[in-house]
Design a protein around this ligand. Structure first.
Ligand code: AHR
Length: 502
């Protein structure tokens, strides 16, 4: 049986920014229409938003929502989505080859986000548009009143400004699929000009410049360097995006995806620090990991993509990935990686929220349910707050085809003084045997009650579906022993466990 030992120090390494548990809604497929918004649904409120979905979003515990894209934003005219609904244009969405009705726009979405308890993070279009349109949107959102655009917002029924703090300067501008795809040089200059102008209008904004759309991009590294050389003094964060998938049935490598995320974050941080040193800046550039999840983007390209000029459906079923237990374990492992880097990664967004590569699924006129990945996210968001504590792990190793030798398990420990609890999150990557983990908590003083739940299943392909929505749920972990300040856990093979100590 594999073994591991975790020593927990009382010393914090970083505070956990609540924005690490952010989400993402793009106008894509059934995320908005026939997803969180379905006026004819029995559970719809007076604005047409489904209250059952709203309840699940609250239960998920996401803190922010990035909107409205994604690739969609690079062709979006935000003005189309404000003002009287009956006058809103129907537009081609070139990113997803769909028809955008603009029935839901900024004001409706902002109201929904407020009700869901989500801080709104907006992306501006730097694909087909530029500085002026970004300024117009910022004026519409953040100026209280007394200008044409802020008064338009008031007239449209939103008297208080949206007061949007965090803004993404475009989306994945390094990707050839992106409308307005540019070189790092071109994008860096445009992002810098846009950032300066936005700060002139509202100095309190927090700005995210586009990093690479994945660490596999041929320009990864040089993109970050060039873009930061142009923007270091005017932006707050650089973005990272990463999607992981099971390849050729290689579960061992898949469960070790967190190793890749660790390397990704550390290499972007190293590039940013290099630019910092070379340009003489004092401030350390932080990371907004504003898209991450399990997803096979090639499946979209090969199976779902439309191209015909006479075929532009409204809200087609796209990217409706049905998540397995293995996917949920990977999501749990990625959360551990994000938390481990909480000092550098100040914000992150699970991509996405409803129907589109999402923790929450809906059926038109029917129920809403939690996918497997809902569970680790909800547990981490609820429990892993406060500060990340220093830990040291000694673990048996296992061999993976993609990452070589890796620890049999991965763990992170947080301490939430306000809530009075310590949390250990742990992924057991061993698939054929339980792993025995001992946790030395002596540095924390007395430990009172211990509660542990685990997500696992003998069938790693098990899913939650319309007909079996709660097939996979976390269950109490019974194999927990405490002797003095040492905890011994027998972690089931391929499992993600959350332990709370009060
Ligand atoms: O989340 C789906 C898509 O993935 C987003 O639109 C894009 O930014 C990324 O490539």
């Amino acid at each position: 049986m594999p073994r591991a030992h975790l020593t927990v120090a009382a010393e914090p390494v970083a505070d956990v920014d609540p924005r690490l548990f952010g989400s993402f809604v793009e106008h894509l497929g059934r995320a908005v229409y026939d997803g969180l918004y379905e006026p004819g649904h029995p559970a719809a409120d007076e604005d047409g938003f489904r209250t059952d979905v709203l309840a699940l979003v609250r239960e998920l515990g996401a803190t922010t929502v990035r909107y409205p894209g994604g690739n969609f934003v690079s062709g979006y005219r935000w003005e189309d989505g404000v003002g009287p609904r009956e006058q809103r244009p129907r537009r081609l969405d070139l990113a997803w080859h769909s028809l955008e009705t603009n029935e839901v726009g900024l004001d409706e979405f902002a109201r929904w986000a407020r009700r869901a308890g989500l801080e709104l993070v907006l992306a501006v279009n730097l694909g087909t548009r530029g500085v002026q349109e970004a300024l117009d949107l910022l004026e519409y959102c953040n100026v209280p009143s007394g200008t044409t655009l802020s008064d338009a917002r008031v007239a449209a029924g939103t008297p208080d400004p949206h007061a949007v703090r965090m803004w993404c300067l475009g989306n994945e501008m390094d990707g050839p699929w992106q409308l307005g795809h540019s070189t790092a040089e071109e994008y860096g200059q445009l992002a810098a000009r846009t950032a300066r102008a936005m700060r002139q209008l509202d100095p309190s904004v927090e700005l995210v410049v586009c990093g690479s759309s994945s660490a596999q991009m041929p320009t990864f590294g040089t993109w970050e360097r060039t873009v930061l050389e142009h923007t270091y003094d005017v932006v707050d964060h650089i973005s990272c995006h990463a999607y992981y998938k099971l390849t050729d049935g290689d579960v061992a490598s898949f469960l070790a995806s967190g190793v890749d995320m660790d390397r990704f974050i550390e290499s972007v941080a190293a590039t940013a620090d290099d630019v910092k040193a070379a340009t003489g800046h004092d401030r350390t550039m932080t990371i907004a990991f504003d898209e991450w999840n399990v997803w096979d983007a090639e499946h979209y390209e090969a199976q779902e993509k439309r191209t015909a000029v006479d075929d532009w459906p409204v809200a087609p079923r796209l990217l409706e990935h049905s998540y397995t237990v293995a996917d949920a374990l990977v999501v749990g492992g990625l959360l551990i990686s994000l938390l481990r880097h909480a000092g550098r990664v100040r914000s992150a967004n699970l991509a996405q929220l409803v129907n589109v590569i999402a923790p929450i699924m809906t059926e038109p006129g029917g129920p809403a349910w939690r996918q497997t990945i809902f569970h680790p996210f909800a547990a981490a968001s609820r429990l892993a707050r406060g500060e990340v504590l220093r830990t040291s792990l000694r673990a048996d190793r296992l061999t993976t085809a993609r990452y070589g030798e890796v620890d049999v398990l991965d763990a992170v420990v947080t301490r939430d003084e306000a809530a009075g609890h310590t949390t250990v999150l742990v992924l057991n990557r061993a698939t054929d045997a339980p792993t025995v983990l001992t946790v030395d908590l002596a540095a924390l003083g007395t430990v009172g009650t211990v509660e542990a739940t685990t997500l696992t299943d003998a069938d790693l392909t098990a899913r939650n579906t319309l007909t079996e929505p709660d097939r996979v749920v976390p269950v109490p972990l019974r194999e927990v022993r405490r002797e003095g300040a040492t905890l011994t856990l027998e972690l089931p093979p391929a499992s993600w466990t959350a332990v709370t100590l009060r």
